[in-house]
Every structure is written in C-alpha cells, then in structure tokens.
Write a protein that binds this ligand. Structure first.
Ligand code: 5GP
Ligand code: MG
Length: 177
C-alpha cells in the first residue's frame, strides 16, 4: 500500500484482524478482572492511545482510565536512558492496574514502568498489543499479548514514524531498517 509520500507500507494486520483480536483480549481481561474493584487502565503515550480506546470500549466490567508518558534520550524507539515525562493523574497506590502498551521491543520501557508502578499498586497486569521478542535486551513479559511479530518496524493504529502514520486504521511495516 503506498501513502501520499510514496513510502510503501505493507499491511501486517488489517483493521478487522485487530478488532477481532482486541475483542478476545477484552473478553479475557473482563473475566480476569471480574472480582477486581475499579481496575485502573494506564495507557503509555503516545503509541497506545488507539489500542487503549478500543480495548476499554470492549470491556465488560467498569474501568478507569489514565495515561503515562516516558521520554528516552535516544528518541522514540528503543531508548537507553528513560525518564518520566508525565505521571498518571490518578493516585496509583493500592490500585489494581492494567498497563496498556502499544509494542514491546527491547523491554526497557516496560521494565522501567513495572519498576515504577509495581511498588505502588495492589496488582499490576501488562497488556501489549504487539510483542517483538527478537529485540529484547532485558527480561520483560506481558500478561496479555495481541500479536507476536518479527523484527520489523511497524506503524499505524497509534504507532508512528517521526510523528506520522498514527492515524492509519491498520498495522503496517515501514521499510526503515
Ligand atoms: P522498548 O524498546 O522500550 O521495549 O519499546 C519502546 C517503545 O518504542 C515502544 O513502546 C514503542 O512506542 C516504540 N517502538 C518499538 N518498536 C516500534 C516499532 O516497530 N514501531 C513503532 N512505531 N514504535 C516502536
Ligand atoms: Mg509505547
């Protein structure tokens, strides 16, 4: 599929495939959170916002939503030094948290997030739409994974390359590496 700049983006998951997988994830999460009081879903900005919006609307239990933003010295992808740019507005202490990520790559962000949230939370579950295990640099594991993918750079469905392509309704591979 060619976009307006002539970059060729190969579709990896169609909008329909994403929708179907999110329905399954939400069903599993709804079952697992049945007895949990006011679970707090925390989306990792910016990439997870579309996934978060679709996931929570499929939930069969009431949830609360918040967001967190990290920054990394090496830029948007697979950074080295991670810092907290924007904390959730909610008080996370004693809460049952579901962390919602777009993609797990090196695992550095997720490890940072778990180190930050787990000591405050009553429980912490991690839900990632995509997982690229071939790129892992540190041990990190999600409790719920949408799709496991090979080592390709993906865009669309909230995920960007230099701020672009977030609005694409599908997930595609951008040939940048
Ligand atoms: P980490 O390397 O810490 O596991 O992932 C850091 C972040 O880099 C991810 O949450 C995601 O926002 C971004 N990232 C990693 N791989 C990709 C990719 O293939 N495409 C895009 N657009 N972002 C990615
Ligand atoms: Mg992310």
């Amino acid at each position: 599929m060619a976009n307006d700049s002539g970059d060729s983006i190969e579709c990896l998951f169609t909008a329909a495939q994403i929708e179907a997988r999110i329905a399954e994830l939400a069903k599993t999460l709804s079952r697992d959170l049945q007895e949990v009081e006011a679970p707090l879903f925390i989306g990792v900005l910016t990439g997870a916002w579309v996934f978060m919006a679709d996931l929570v609307r499929r939930m069969e239990t009431a949830v609360q939503c918040d967001f967190i933003r990290l920054s990394s010295y090496e830029g948007g992808e697979s950074g080295g030094q991670i810092t907290l740019e924007s904390a959730p507005r909610a008080d996370c202490r004693g809460r049952h948290i579901v962390l919602v990520e777009d993609i797990m790559d090196t695992g550095l962000s997720l490890r940072w997030l778990c180190d930050y949230l787990a000591p405050q939370a009553a429980s912490l579950r991690v839900c990632t739409l995509l997982d690229k295990p071939a790129r892992r640099r540190v041990e990190a594991r999600a409790d719920y994974t949408g799709f496991t993918i090979p080592d390709r750079f993906v865009v669309g469905y909230g995920m960007d390359y230099n701020g672009r392509y977030r609005e694409l309704p599908f997930i595609g591979v951008l040939p940048v590496r």
